[in-house]
Design a protein around this ligand. Structure first.
Ligand SMILES: Cc1cc2nc3c(=O)[nH]c(=O)nc-3n(C[C@H](O)[C@H](O)[C@H](O)COP(=O)(O)OP(=O)(O)OC[C@H]3O[C@@H](n4cnc5c(N)ncnc54)[C@H](O)[C@@H]3O)c2cc1C
Length: 172
């Protein structure tokens, strides 16, 4: 096996650690990532592949814009990952619904979306649907559902793509 001395060691191989590692590798650094045990609690694992922008950065404009840029960057990023690793993360951005059974919660989330939209300007894109709208559009929506928000940019990747035993090494 090829051995090399890392210039930079990153502790933690979650979403943040691996993203930083990939950026450093692309910048020509030698990088080593030390991660915890398989059973450790990980935010990246809990997220389970969501690529979700609705409401993000409602109270902080740079976060709203950063999230918008990240959603738009995913297709190119997924392609780069496929070329580098041979793994297809099954990116799918068909749009996403957030369902509500409590009208007060739905109103409060709508207010967040309005605030987020004020930061995003022309990029803002969401829709509020009533329970009846939803029941007319799709099957299986129960009578307790009072409505949903929908954003056409939301989606997911498939984290199970990484669950098969695999060894991936990036070298410069
Ligand atoms: C249900 C859910 C939904 C979410 N939705 C969104 C969303 O829509 N949009 C969004 O932007 N964010 C979302 N997030 C948040 C996002 O997933 C996290 O901010 C992100 O995954 C954090 O990544 P991380 O690498 O910082 O942490 P982690 O994924 O927790 O990674 C930390 C890593 O460090 C390792 N580690 C810890 N201690 C040590 C040690 N001493 N030595 C070696 N390794 C160590 C752990 O094993 C782990 O792998 C969501 C999170 C959840 C749970």
């Amino acid at each position: 096996m090829h051995q090399c001395t890392p210039e930079i060691t990153i502790i933690g191989g979650g979403l943040v650690g691996l993203s930083v590692a990939l950026g450093l590798l692309k910048a020509g650094q030698r990088v080593c990532v030390l991660d915890g045990a398989d059973g450790d609690a990980r935010a990246s694992q809990g997220n389970f592949g969501l690529i979700w922008g609705q409401g993000k950065g409602a109270d902080f404009a740079p976060y709203a814009n950063w999230t918008f840029d990240a959603l738009a960057a995913w297709p190119t990023f997924a392609q780069q990952l496929r070329e580098l690793s041979g793994i297809d993360v099954a990116l799918d951005q068909p749009g996403g619904y957030e369902f509500f059974t409590d009208p007060t919660e739905m109103d409060s989330f709508k207010a967040e979306l309005v605030q987020q939209a004020s930061h995003l300007g022309n990029h803002a894109c969401y829709e509020m649907l009533s329970g009846d709208d939803l029941r007319n559009q799709m099957t299986g929506i129960g009578s307790d559902v009072v409505g949903a928000s929908f954003s056409p940019r939301d989606g997911h990747v498939n984290p199970s793509a990484f669950s098969a035993p695999c060894a991936v090494r990036f070298r410069r």
